[in-house]
Design a protein around this ligand. Structure first.
Ligand code: NAP
Ligand code: MG
Length: 489
């Protein structure tokens, strides 16, 4: 009897996932947002507003108040009064209860927060739902626990809060960065004025609603929106005693200059350009997933992104082949679709910066490769990009691109890769992939990076400190170390 021939499956054909968009009907957004000062939402003194847009559609989501010097003054005054009259006198255990309450309220409204984070910033809903929002709640839970146990964090030393903390955050993890800043500041007894980034203010303003509802005494947390000028006015206010900044190295340097000699304490969490190192004995398929997660998570808008890949020469061909195959399966598109792997670039400016670096990389002579995926015609999108055979001296290797662009270099020996990985102005994070524990220990002691992941990448936990060396800044956030930036002795 003739055998029935079953045709081979054609994965290159028309295999598409059906759209699985997250519902947006359950979220509640206003047309206009005010400043959150002294427990109330108040209009900006000059009556100025700016638009925040959805980078996936280029549509305006809401108008947001622009704080000027007098609004900054008002917010700092509210924070100072709240510190002097209420927060510095409240028993630590009571402070802890408020922080727990905020954590629980974020959990209760997790779905709403995830959708708004994705709408305002462009990141895939899977990431805001599974990473940003749960981690933000966890930070509040974790630091709530420290509030009445500070003497165990600093045994035999008497610590005091600074007073008013000015906190300035970037647009890549808007709610999570707000949590990283506010939770330890409150647990250590400081009061806060926080400025979110211009392109992603909405989840911080939603957090302000939670803070108001939680009954936290007015003025303990103030959230003011605006551009860089608002941030500068906040940094330079004389009643601010502590500055916690996360953002670019350029702005970090400006801040350091402007506070020199003032006695203000600063922690600066700045840029990065991490080496992700694959040895020939690494589990290759896992490593390829780690490369993808390292650089394409959050469109590569990650300070600790594994943006410089180093592959041992003997396995370079197979790793690059598998990586190219994997790139073809990545879905770039609607951030609200649960199938999407890579969402929208956060702003037009950032897309221009990424495209500028893609041009520089081509001009420098590295081999350019992009996946062939479709990208939406409206909105700011970028295909996952590789530059193969990049050199240590290339600008695309030395400078932070902050987008879905990976440079690839090869190496032969452990000494060579350590030297190349460290030969860069930044030192925030790194990744090592190998079967050998001894190699991991060797590299973790020699790589000048604040965080080194082994056989994994981009793992975050509130109990674990995070921060950089060199131009990646100073100070640690997260864990017990995260308390120290908010305490003086
Ligand atoms: P950015 O331009 O430095 O902005 C960061 C924040 O500072 C924003 O809120 C910004 O306001 C404000 N700002 C701008 N100029 C200021 C000034 N002169 N004084 C005070 N504040 C000012 O950085 P970004 O582009 O938003 O974020 C990307 C950078 O953040 C990358 O370099 C990334 O590596 C870094 N980052 C570091 C970490 C870390 O933990 N090390 C984490 C996340 C991101 P506007 O938004 O209105 O400009
Ligand atoms: Mg926006």
């Amino acid at each position: 009897m003739a055998k029935k021939i079953i045709p081979a499956l054609d994965f290159k054909g028309d295999w598409n996932y059906s759209p699985a968009p997250e519902d947006t009907k359950h979220i509640n957004l206003q047309k206009q947002y005010e400043l959150f000062i002294d427990g109330k939402f108040v209009k900006p003194a000059k009556g100025k507003y700016f638009d925040t847009i959805n980078p996936a559609t280029e549509q305006v989501i809401a108008k947001v108040a622009e704080a000027d010097d007098s609004d900054v003054n008002k917010a700092v005054k509210a924070a100072k009064t709240a510190y002097d009259k209420v927060w510095s006198k409240m028993p630590a255990k009571e402070k802890g209860k408020y922080i727990y309450r905020i954590a629980r309220m974020i959990q209760e409204r997790a779905r709403e927060f995830s959708v708004i984070e994705t709408l305002d910033g462009g990141k895939p809903i899977r990431e805001s739902r599974d990473v940003d929002v749960p981690l933000a709640a966890n930070h509040f839970f974790y630091y709530a626990g420290w509030a009445d146990k500070l003497e165990y964090a600093t045994p035999n030393r008497v610590s005091k809060p600074y007073g008013v903390a000015a906190q300035i955050i970037p647009w890549n993890f808007p709610l999570l960065m707000a949590a990283w800043k506010i939770a330890p500041a409150l647990a250590t007894g400081n009061t806060v004025v926080l400025k979110p980034a211009e392109t992603t203010p909405l989840t911080a303003l939603k957090l302000a609603e939670i803070i108001q509802e939680s009954g936290l005494p007015p003025g303990v947390v103030n959230i003011i929106t605006g551009a860089g000028k608002t941030g500068a006015a906040l940094v330079n206010h004389p009643d601010v005693s502590k500055i916690a900044f996360t953002g670019s190295t350029d702005v970090g340097k400006l801040i350091q200059k402007s506070i020199a000699g003032t006695g203000k304490k600063a922690t600066l969490e700045l840029g990065g350009k991490a080496a992700n190192i694959i040895f020939e004995d690494a589990p290759i398929n896992q490593a390829v997933e780690g490369i993808v997660n390292g650089i394409f998570f959050n469109q590569g808008h990650v300070c600790c992104a594994g943006s410089r890949l180093f592959v041992q020469e003997s396995v370079a061909d197979i790793v690059i082949k598998k990586l190219k195959d994997r790139l073809e399966t990545l879905i770039v598109g609607d951030p609200l679709d649960k199938n999407t792997d890579i969402g929208a670039i956060n702003s037009k400016e950032q897309l221009n910066t990424i495209n500028k670096y893609i041009k520089i990389g081509k001009d420098e002579g590295a081999e350019f490769y992009q996946s062939s995926c479709n990208i939406p015609s409206k909105g700011y999108f970028c295909r996952p990009t590789l530059f193969i055979n990049a050199s240590q001296s290339h600008r695309i290797v030395q400078e932070e691109i902050f987008g879905p662009v990976l440079t690839i270099q090869t190496f032969r020996t452990v000494e060579e890769v350590i030297e190349k990985a460290n030969n860069i102005p930044y030192g925030l994070s790194a990744g090592v992939w190998t079967d050998k524990g001894s190699k991991i220990f060797n590299l973790t002691t020699k790589l000048r990076a604040g965080v080194v992941w082994a056989n994994t990448y981009n793992k975050f936990d509130p109990t674990s400190p995070f921060g950089g060396y060199k131009e990646s800044g100073f100070g640690r956030e997260g864990g017990m170390h995260g308390l120290m930036g908010y305490l003086k002795f």
